[in-house]
Design a binder for this molecule. Structure first.
Ligand SMILES: Nc1ncnc2c1ncn2[C@@H]1O[C@H](COP(=O)(O)OP(=O)(O)OP(=O)(O)O)[C@@H](O)[C@H]1O
Length: 348
């Protein structure tokens, strides 16, 4: 399924690697991670040859079902685990040999907050700011700016011990830590997990503002977050990249269909099937569940106006409790790519 964009990305990587100074923030070259099986268990191929090139100013989103290898990839990039083979270059420094030169320009927001319960938010940022060689007024300014950007200045939140923080406040502090000290490459593992809508929105604003002069790699299970924050997205399944491109490109490539959903009482399911069959001979039923059916209608087969007219006529004969016609969403693309990859793996 549409691996072409992956090959193009590999071509870019090969070209970039031929230059002494790539100008790219991150270049991954066939990066692999295998966890060796213990007690007779087979080896686990968590990342199977990942190649990509990430310029400054770009936020790349990595999507994938649970266990796809997203965290394993990030663990290698931040020096927590070593790649089994392949390499990656961060600002032209190799993660295999020059990790200590990378740490200074790197920020990380891990999946689980790594905070000290007894320190305040401000103390955390001061600590990490100093680690990034900030001091004096530069440190003071960076800490205040960080606290403001993630909304932790209100109501004395910055000076409360972290043990008194809500889950959302801890998450926002973790993101602020990842950005402090002008980190040029920032990794965020599911940054907005567990945040309420208002906190999520303010966190997204902070990330959007931060991405102008840095490269950000973030993993997420939220398609909304992916579309709002990321310039490009890739979908990873079972350790392999399945596709990479802007959200628009991915929707155009994998989403050449409208999604028709209709709810009637279950005895009319057949009638709905006939209606859809007449509208679009190559329509595909995605699911049906006690009277609710969902179909994909290839865009080249249908005109929206015809669908509306046909449904209006249909409603004269059959009671339709609800119906809708929608364009493909990123979520549809994700489900399609992930399912497609999983079933082709099962076949092979
Ligand atoms: N230390 C480890 N030892 C053995 N297997 C591991 C280890 N860490 C991860 N795995 C396995 O590698 C695969 C990829 O895991 P990983 O945590 O990278 O996926 P993920 O995409 O981040 O998942 P999630 O979305 O649930 O966080 C999984 O099958 C996982 O069980």
């Amino acid at each position: 399924m549409g691996k072409l964009d992956i090959f193009k990305e590999k071509e870019t990587v090969d070209q970039v690697l031929q230059q002494r100074s790539s100008g790219y923030a991150v270049v991954c070259d066939d990066l692999k991670k295998v966890y060796h099986g213990k007690d007779g268990n087979p080896d686990k191929f968590a990342v199977r040859g990942l190649s990509l090139a990430l310029p400054y100013g770009e936020c790349l989103g990595i999507l994938g079902p649970n266990g796809a290898g997203k965290s394993s990839f990030i663990s290698m990039m931040i020096g927590l685990t070593r790649p089994t083979s392949g390499n990656a270059f961060v600002r032209d420094f190799s993660i295999q040999t020059d990790m200590e030169k990378i740490y200074n320009s790197m920020g990380v927001c891990p999946q689980d907050n790594m905070l000290w319960e007894m320190l305040t938010g401000r103390e955390h940022l001061q600590f990490y700011g100093r680690l990034k060689s900030l001091n004096g007024s530069a440190l003071h300014h960076a800490v205040e700016e960080s606290l403001r950007s993630v909304n932790l200045l209100h109501g004395g939140a910055a000076d409360k011990q972290v043990r008194k923080y809500s889950g959302g406040m801890k998450r926002r502090l973790s993101v602020a830590i990842s950005l402090i000290g002008d980190a040029k490459i920032v990794y965020m593992d599911e940054p907005s997990t567990g945040l309420d809508p208002a906190s999520r929105k303010s966190l997204w604003d902070a990330v959007k503002q931060a991405k102008h002069d840095r490269a950000i790699i973030l993993t997420t299970h939220s398609m909304e977050e992916a579309e709002i924050l990321c310039d490009r997205l890739c979908i990873m399944v079972d350790g392999s990249l399945q596709c990479i491109g802007t959200p628009k490109e991915l929707i155009a490539r994998f989403g050449g269909y409208y999604v028709l959903t209709m709810t009637t009482s279950p005895e009319f399911e057949r009638e709905v099937e006939n209606l859809v069959g007449k509208l679009s001979p190559n329509a595909r039923k995605v699911y049906h569940l006690s009277g609710t059916q969902k179909y994909e209608l290839p865009k080249q087969e249908v005109r929206i106006a015809d669908v509306f007219m046909a449904v209006e006529n249909f409603k004269r004969r059959v009671e339709v409790q609800a119906w809708g016609l929608a364009d493909t969403t990123m979520e549809d693309v994700f489900v399609k790519v992930a399912k497609g990859a999983q079933s082709s793996q099962e076949l092979s």
